[in-house]
Structure formats: structure tokens, C-alpha cells
Ligand binder design. Structure first.
Ligand SMILES: NC(=O)c1ccc[n+]([C@@H]2O[C@H](COP(=O)([O-])OP(=O)(O)OC[C@H]3O[C@@H](n4cnc5c(N)ncnc54)[C@H](OP(=O)(O)O)[C@@H]3O)[C@@H](O)[C@H]2O)c1
Length: 346
């Protein structure tokens, strides 16, 4: 059996180390992809540190990593629309054969997209996880008309305010771009003010300094719009941002959160909170995501969606643990960390 290099999580809450791994055969509906870029996500360090995520990994050594971009090298039974040599991006999964912190992995062809011309593997690897969360957050969590719904989604929410907490996070950046295409106005976001021009280029109309006390968020938003706030997406979803997002919402409004719910809801206040789990096979997500994956390359080509800015970590797979520490310590601002699985290890 041919082997490859993988970054293993050796045991629950244990150490990450590079080792040999098998190259898996694609099953029905799957592709084998040679990975040239894998992006790092907060969930990757949470799989090592936080019980609520650790429970998703059922066996060790595990291979985590969920953002992949590379070249199709084998095609499983029943797959149509892909050929060997296609450049693709896709979201990985929690079993070793689907993790992206390795050199070859299996991808679900239904939730894989071809990389448009002019987009590098690094840039393409920034899409899957964060775009999935933003996409589901808006079109599932907030129940908006998808951009793909013929004649309904594009520009459908003119003169409707939307608040996105954490616009400079990768989830926030994609949410801003999608919200702009959905026509929301104003699009208000919280972020460090150094990102103001960048976030405006993605669709934000107003940036509120994320360092202000969250208790003053309602008054800051009221300076921008006197309309009811019926849509909020909290792309950060820490306990304080969840509660502030919920408190900001008007009667009848909806809030999407991207982490487990910690906020306190008041009974009978007519507000709805939806926790989005941005996993391709999560019940009720697949249809929307398969539809999304069909359209995303075209939206990248037309400029509706731009990839995140990238910082490549050094030392290939062995550079990932340091990158995850930086994410955990809140030392990454406005960019996506990306690793190259084939880069030599010092
Ligand atoms: N449910 C899902 O499927 C799903 C999917 C992806 C991510 N997530 C979760 O979503 C969150 C964001 O993920 P990500 O990959 O987008 O993160 P990220 O890009 O690594 O987030 C870093 C950014 O967060 C911003 N930030 C940190 N604390 C903030 C706060 N209190 N208010 C406003 N902005 C703040 C920082 O902003 P400044 O630079 O402006 O200071 C920084 O740019 C994470 O908790 C992640 O686990 C969930």
C-alpha cells in the first residue's frame, strides 16, 4: 500500500505529530485529492482542547483539518462532473481518511467545487469551512432566500438592516460578501477599526469598533438605523457576543450563532436563535450546500465572492501546531493561515 505523510492527533487532548499514513481509495461518490493547501480553522485546536468538540473524534490517532484544495488524482464509483487533474476545493471530515492535515485525502464529490482560473490553491483553501458557516448562517439560520433561488435571492433584502458580529473573521468576511449580494442595507459589523476600508470593500456599510463595551452596541446601532433589527449573524459567538447579539435583536428577529448556545433567552420575547453546525452531512444542510458548491465557483469568477487573504505557515504539516496555537491565542487578525502538506519539514 502506498503511504503519505499525515499530521496525527495521537490521543484525545494529546500531541500532534507527523507520521506515515495510508493513501485511501475513494469510495462511491468520492474523490482522492492530492492536497496542495489546507487552511487552519479555530475548530482544529478546539478538537484538541474543548470537550464539546473532542467528542466528535471517535478514534485515535485522528487526522483533523477541514479545508482542502488540491488536484483530483482518483475518482470513485458513480462520480460525474470531475476528471483526474481537476483543481478543486472541498470540506473535509472527522475520520482520518477525510482529514485535510495530510498529503492525500478523500473528498465528497457532492460538496466539492472546481477552482476557478486565477485563484490559487492557497486562496481556494480559504473557502470551504468559513464560507459554509456563513452560507448556512444566512440562508439556513436566518432563513433568507438563497442567492440561487431564481429571481428571489439576489438583492432581495434592500433597505433591511443586518448586523454581523466579527466582520473581519473569516466567517464574517464571507457573510459580508453574501449579505451585500442579498441586498441588505445597512450592513453593520463589529471589528478592529484597522480593518475598516477592507471590510467596506467586502460590503460592510458601517464598522463599529469591537473594543467598545458590548452594552453600548444597541445605542451605536441606533445611530446608524432606526429600523428594527430582525437579522443578526454572530460570526464570533463567544458568550458575551452571543448575549449582546440576542439583546440587540428586535421582537420577531432571528439570530444565527456558530458555536454552542450559551446566551440566556427570555421566554416569550419572540426572538429565534439558531446554532449552525457547518458540516456538509449535518441533517438538513446537504441540499443547500450541494447547491452552494455548484454556484460558488461562478460567484468567485464574477467577484461576488473573494477568497480571504492568506498567510502561509512555514514547515509544512509540522508548522500547523504553531499556527493553531496562534489561532487559539487570538493572534491572527483578518487573514487565514494556510499550510502546504508537501512542503519539506525542517
Ligand atoms: N459553526 C460552524 O460551522 C463554524 C464554522 C467556522 C467557524 N466557526 C466558529 O466561528 C468563529 C469564527 O471562526 P473564523 O474561522 O471566522 O475565525 P477567525 O478568522 O480565526 O477569527 C479571527 C478574527 O476574529 C475577530 N474577533 C475575535 N474576537 C472578536 C470579538 N469579540 N468581536 C469581533 N471580532 C472578534 C478578530 O477580529 P479583529 O482582527 O477585527 O480584531 C480576528 O480577525 C470561531 O469560534 C469558530 O470556531 C464555526
Amino acid at each position: 500500500m502506498s503511504t503519505q505523510k499525515a499530521l496525527y492527533l495521537l490521543e484525545a487532548k494529546g500531541r500532534l505529530a507527523v507520521g506515515d499514513a495510508p493513501i485511501y481509495n475513494p469510495g462511491a461518490g468520492e474523490l482522492l485529492v492530492k492536497l496542495y493547501a489546507t487552511a487552519l480553522n479555530p475548530v482544529d485546536w478546539k478538537f484538541i482542547e474543548q470537550d464539546v468538540f473532542v467528542q466528535f473524534l471517535s478514534s485515535y490517532p485522528a487526522v483533523v483539518g477541514s479545508d482542502g484544495a488540491g488536484e483530483v488524482v482518483e475518482i470513485g464509483e458513480g462520480v460525474t462532473g470531475f476528471e483526474k487533474g481537476d483543481k478543486v476545493f472541498f470540506q473535509g471530515g472527522y475520520e482520518p481518511k477525510y482529514g485535510t492535515f495530510q498529503q492525500y485525502t478523500l473528498a465528497d464529490a457532492g460538496a466539492t467545487a472546481k477552482i476557478p482560473e486565477g485563484i490559487s490553491y492557497d486562496q481556494a483553501s480559504t473557502f470551504p469551512v468559513a464560507l459554509t458557516a456563513a452560507y448556512l448562517g444566512l440562508y439556513k439560520g436566518l432563513g433568507l432566500a438563497p442567492l440561487t433561488a431564481a429571481g428571489r435571492g439576489i438583492g432581495a433584502y434592500a433597505n433591511t438592516p443586518l448586523v454581523i458580529i466579527g466582520g473581519s473573521s473569516n466567517v464574517g468576511q464571507f457573510a459580508l460578501q453574501l449579505a451585500q449580494a442579498s441586498g441588505f442595507s445597512p450592513i453593520i459589523t463589529t471589528a478592529s477599526l484597522k480593518h475598516t476600508e477592507f471590510l467596506k470593500s467586502l460590503g460592510a456599510t458601517h464598522i463599529i469598533d469591537r473594543k467598545i463595551p458590548l452594552s453600548s452596541l444597541p445605542s451605536e446601532v441606533a445611530k446608524i438605523t432606526d429600523k428594527s433589527i430582525l437579522h443578526v449573524l454572530d460570526a464570533i459567538s463567544l458568550s458575551d457576543t452571543q448575549q449582546a447579539s440576542y439583546d440587540l435583536l428586535s421582537h420577531g428577529g432571528k439570530l444565527t450563532i456558530v458555536l454552542h448556545k450559551t446566551l440566556t433567552q427570555k421566554e416569550g420575547d419572540g426572538k429565534e436563535v439558531v446554532h449552525i453546525v457547518g458540516v456538509r452531512n449535518h441533517p438538513g444542510h446537504r441540499e443547500l450546500l450541494v447547491d452552494g458548491y455548484k454556484h460558488w465557483p461562478e460567484w468567485v469568477k464574477t467577484g461576488l465572492l473573494r477568497p480571504s487573504q492568506v498567510e502561509v505557515v512555514s514547515n509544512g504539516l509540522a508548522g500547523i501546531p504553531d499556527g493553531l496555537k496562534r489561532l487559539q491565542n487570538d493572534q491572527v487578525s483578518g487573514v487565514k493561515l494556510v499550510a502546504h502538506p508537501f512542503d519539506p519539514i525542517a
